[in-house]
Ligand binder design. Structure first.
Ligand code: ATP
Ligand code: F6P
Length: 459
């Protein structure tokens, strides 16, 4: 049976038009929306007008005066760059079945926004304006320091020049900037985020897809925080190669549970050692036992963090599954993301039940999640943008603590391995044996994915 996503049900296509002065977090918000929707299998893409502008005019020759509204040549280039991005987006909607396109530019004047509105309406695409408005000078300066001084516009320029030039660029934009206005724009679909999410104005949200996007951006915050991920310690079922169940930890699994507080403390570093963490586990015994020695008061159990339900195969080994259900065994290897166990779940099903977890994770600060192999792969895939076909094949070993440290345009990953042996629960494609061979391309690719400090480069 085909699996439908929200967009198929509604048959809606949305163009999210970012609005706001430079350094208001528009690109970051746009990229996060794309990552979130792609994780939910909604075909989404961001079109960054800055990149089109740099393709038209070498960034080397561009300083703040390029953005002076009296600079006619600059204005022409900027409008041509925006037109090229809009044209590519419209092509993408048609040729690649796009569902949510994001036009990432300042789109700071009504005239430009009206042009986009007409193009969208002529192509039966719902326009949704998403403005980020801020007058928090300290935050804006911090944003410039964090991401603008290293932008391709300032290669070979020193930090002080870049900061002053960028501030001047903002001043030029302010001369013509027209914020979304409740009276003038009353008929438009728009969201206005004021000083991140201190205040949010929402106007005429019509489709379910639009409401998902609004709900997601409402939950975003920019406070620094980390997320720790760990599988439970080795379990009795792991020792015998059985999947599912609700087994207790093995003797080595208990040793990992006792070691975990020290691994967490080491990952915090001396200066942050009193940081308070909230612990999330599944409802299964092995994750709660793994959390039992952690000295943090707030521990929550989530049913949504329970391991993939293997249905009729629960409690079996992969060898037993291959012998009893050979066709299912092959079907799963052929398409592990979509394969749904008889009476159980697929990876796609896990992603759907994890959505509230992701939403809550976006709202929260420091969280340590102790969960299971398949669930952890799906959470990791969200944060690190791992493609669907690869995520179910990622190798995430037992007795390893992963720390995700999200930065503006990158997430720094570190891995702390406890020196406590554990069996491998990794099954490669095409075999029912456990353990990774050195020739598996999926396994080695995923090993690369998780062993290196991955960074999501700014597109
Ligand atoms: P430009 O128009 O120059 O491309 P931009 O508005 O796209 O600028 P970003 O490059 O996305 O700005 O800025 C990233 C910075 O903005 C990050 O440091 C991030 O912490 C911060 N940020 C994220 N969300 C917001 C927000 N809602 N308001 C203000 N700053 C934000
Ligand atoms: O100034 C920031 C910026 O992202 C530029 O890099 C880009 O050329 C511009 O905004 C896009 O917005 P607009 O099309 O309104 O000029």
């Amino acid at each position: 049976m085909p699996v439908y996503s929200i967009s198929h049900i509604e048959n809606v296509r949305v163009c999210v038009v970012m609005v706001g002065l430079p350094a208001r977090g528009k690109s970051l918000i746009a990229q996060k929306i794309v990552r979130y929707l792609s994780w939910l299998s909604i075909n989404s893409k961001c079109f960054n007008v800055g990149a089109y502008r740099r393709a038209l005019v070498s960034a080397k020759g561009v300083d703040a005066t390029f953005f002076d509204p009296r600079n006619k040549v600059g204005l022409e280039y900027r409008e041509s760059a925006a037109d090229a991005a809009i044209e590519d987006m419209m092509k993408w909607f048609v040729e690649e079945n796009g569902v949510v396109g994001i036009l990432d530019a300042t789109n700071s004047r009504v005239e430009r926004r009206e042009r986009i509105l007409h193009i969208c309406r002529a192509n039966y695409i719902e326009p949704m304006f998403l403005e980020s408005w801020s007058d928090d000078q300290a935050l804006i300066l911090q944003n410039i320091f964090d991401v603008k001084t290293t932008s391709p516009d300032y290669v070979d320029k020193d930090e002080s020049f870049a900061t002053h030039d960028f501030l001047q660029r903002i001043e030029y934009y302010k001369e013509t900037y027209q914020t979304m206005d409740k009276a003038r724009d009353v008929d438009l679909t728009f969201v206005k985020l004021i000083n991140v999410n201190s205040q949010i104005i929402i106007n005429r949200i019509e489709s379910y897809l639009e409401s998902r996007i609004v709900y997601y951006v409402m939950n975003l915050h920019i406070k620094p925080r980390c997320i720790w991920l760990s599988r439970h310690g080795e379990s009795q079922y792991n020792l015998t190669g059985r999947i599912g169940g609700d087994a207790n930890l093995s003797e080595r699994g208990w040793r990992y549970a006792k070691k975990l507080p020290e691994l967490v403390l080491n990952s915090l570093g001396e200066e942050n050692k009193h940081t308070n963490l909230t612990i999330w586990t599944s409802t299964l015994a092995r994750t709660q036992q793994t959390a039992s020695f952690l000295p943090y008061k707030k521990k929550l159990q989530w049913k949504a963090l329970d391991e993939l339900d293997a249905g009729e195969c629960d409690g079996m080994t992969y060898e037993e599954i291959e012998a009893k259900f050979p066709e299912d065994f092959k079907a799963r290897d052929d398409n592990k993301y979509e394969y749904r166990y008889r009476g159980g779940e697929s990876y796609r099903d896990i992603v759907i039940r994890l959505e509230p977890i992701i939403m809550e994770l976006e709202r929260q600060e420091n969280i340590l999640i102790i969960t299971h192999q398949a669930v952890l792969r799906c959470i990791y895939a969200y944060f690190m943008n791992v493609p669907q076909e690869e995520s179910p094949w990622m190798s995430i070993p037992l007795h390893t603590l992963i720390k995700l440290d999200p930065r503006a345009y990158s997430t720094i990953v570190s891995q702390m391995k406890a020196d406590i042996p554990a069996v491998s629960t990794y099954k490669e494609r095409g075999t029912s044996q456990l353990g990774e061979s050195s020739i598996s391309s999926y396994a080695s690719k995923s090993r690369d994915l998780i062993n290196n400090s991955l960074s999501l480069a700014k597109k």
